[in-house]
Design a protein around this ligand. Structure first.
Ligand code: BES
Ligand code: MN
Ligand code: ZN
Length: 497
């Protein structure tokens, strides 16, 4: 997708997009288009009950004899209520309408009144960002898709009077979008394509951007005593791996890093505690937490963020076989704590236990945030609207909640307590890997907390948010890339030089 910012003169193109604010006159560009179309724009607004409410859209087919095919008139509502996310969603709505319309080129008159809550450059750049996010489509495995289903739009020109500021801002957002798309691709790929080794190779590609990528093999993890993670991968023909990404963007000498840790179960069959067949294919997305970490690291490196950040992902495949771990097995984690594996399907926490311990032990980070598609119970509690966060630190939670609102990747804090912690005590080892029937997301988080010392830590359970069957304004259906924008915004708000 080619997105260009141009000065305020109408280019030739297939579709024009103009905006209308509540109680405002048509802009100069809209008036010009209305005239070219013999007054069709005003007429359509009158007969279509169009009053410029946010998100209202009318589509007008241009009269015969003109070069353009179509005009979209879009309501933006009250300009004082506009914000970045609302503008991104408008960009997405434009894409949703036009992506397979047959039109190839679009121009958008990015007018924004002075009274608006957002600058002209922000408005233009976030429109472009929304367009990029919505344009993504995982279509590489279609070999005979009909032409009319394929996206037709190849170029978008955004008209703005603040060209260079818009370009500069968009260049940065486009790097974040790259991170989101990278994560979506990883999550969308099936388990026979993305498995620990191929996944690690993909991550190594990011060294182009200046990220240092390190891979720990099974032997090395064995040496480190990571019995919890290795137990999960024990039944798979694939070697388990841990990948460590380093981004050193801070200009301060020896600046302590921040750390992101991701669950990368490339396929979760449940292991010997096998999952039911129906819907098991969804479990290719069980590396969604790790994909968010990788995508966020790509975004940070891509936009040259002034921060030192570590991304760590535990990559394993959870398979049943004669070498697989059994329910009842006791494993010893890197921390020295022992775990009775009651249910081999509660594997994510076993992977994270060693990844978290390793991260705090080796890097002494300012904080650790882990992301994981950890529990089905999370979807029962918060649906697909919010990810749950669990933490030992109020300030970090506040910062995440704020960042989440700003990028529309919402998080909701869930409780941790001694009472819940007791629920993972085992009769024969230091802990067991499942709690009881109730509070499944919380007992999973309590388990993780046993691998976190004093370092500020947040666990984000993204089981409900990593994948959405239906399209939204900023994502086609499927992998959402949830977490990339959240982590990037957290860093941008709080942790850059
Ligand atoms: N990857 C799953 C969690 C999951 C399930 C995410 C469905 C999204 C949709 C995880 O490894 C798992 O299997 N968790 C079990 C834990 C249980 C055995 C305590 C679950 O949630 O059922
Ligand atoms: Mn599982
Ligand atoms: Zn899992």
């Amino acid at each position: 997708m080619n997105i260009k910012f141009i000065k305020n003169t109408l280019p030739t193109c297939d579709a024009h997009v103009v905006f209308v604010y509540t109680d405002r006159e048509l802009s100069a560009t809209a008036t010009k288009i209305d005239k070219t179309c013999d007054g069709l724009v005003r007429r359509a607004m009158e007969v279509g009950h169009f009053d410029g409410k946010y998100g209202q859209i009318i589509e007008i087919v241009a009269p015969v004899g003109l070069e353009i095919n179509r005009v979209l008139v879009i309501g933006l509502g009250d300009e004082a209520a506009l914000d970045e996310v609302k503008v991104q969603k408008i960009g997405g709505k434009i894409m949703t309408k036009l992506i397979s319309s047959g039109d190839k080129s679009i121009s958008i008159a990015a007018d924004v009144p002075k009274e608006a809550n957002i600058s002209g450059a922000e408005f233009a750049a976030h429109l472009g960002y929304g367009i990029c996010l919505r344009r993504y489509r995982f279509d590489k495995y279609f070999t005979k898709e009909q032409d009319e289903k394929k996206p037709s739009v190849i170029g978008v020109q955004i008209m703005t009077s603040v060209l260079s500021n818009a370009q500069k801002l968009f260049a940065e957002l486009d790097r974040i979008s790259d991170g989101v798309q990278f994560a979506r691709n990883l999550v969308s790929e099936p388990g026979n394509v993305i498995y620990p080794e191929s996944y690690a190779e993909k991550i190594k590609e990011l060294s182009e951007l200046g990220l240092d990528v390190e891979v720990l093999t099974e032997d090395e993890m064995e040496e480190l005593g990571m019995g919890a993670l290795l137990g999960v991968g024990q039944g798979s023909a694939c070697e388990s791996l841990m990948v460590i990404m380093h981004w050193n963007g801070s200009e301060k000498e020896d600046e302590q890093p921040i750390a992101f840790v991701g669950k990368g179960v490339t396929f979760d069959t449940g292991g010997i505690s096998l999952k039911p067949g129906a819907g098991m294919e969804d479990m290719k997305f069980d590396m969604g937490g790790s994909a968010a970490v990788v995508g966020a690291m790509k975004a940070l490196a891509g936009r040259n963020a002034k921060v030192n950040a570590i991304g760590i992902v535990g990559l394993v495949e959870n398979m049943p076989s004669s070498t697989a771990q059994r329910p009842g097995d006791v494993v010893t984690s890197m921390s020295g704590q022992t775990i009775e594996v009651i249910n081999t399907d509660a594997e994510g926490r076993l992977v994270l236990a060693d990844a978290l311990w390793y991260t705090q032990d080796r890097f002494k980070p300012k904080f650790m945030i882990d992301l994981a598609t950890l529990t089905g119970a999370m979807m029962i509690a918060l649906g697909q609207e919010y990810a749950g966060i669990f933490s030992n630190n109020d300030e970090l939670c506040e910062n995440l909640i704020k960042a989440g609102k700003e990028v529309d990747e919402l998080v909701w804090r869930m409780p941790l307590s001694k009472g819940f912690d007791k629920m993972v005590d085992s009769k024969i080892a230091d802990m067991k890997n499942i709690g009881g029937k109730y509070a499944g997301s919380i007992t999973a988080a309590q388990f993780l907390q046993r691998y976190v010392n004093d370092v500020p830590w947040v666990h984000i359970d993204i089981a409900g948010t990593a994948w959405r069957t239906e399209a939204s304004d900023v994502a086609a259906g499927g992998a959402t890339g949830y977490g990339v924008r959240l982590l990037d915004q957290l860093v941008r708000n709080n942790y850059e030089d």
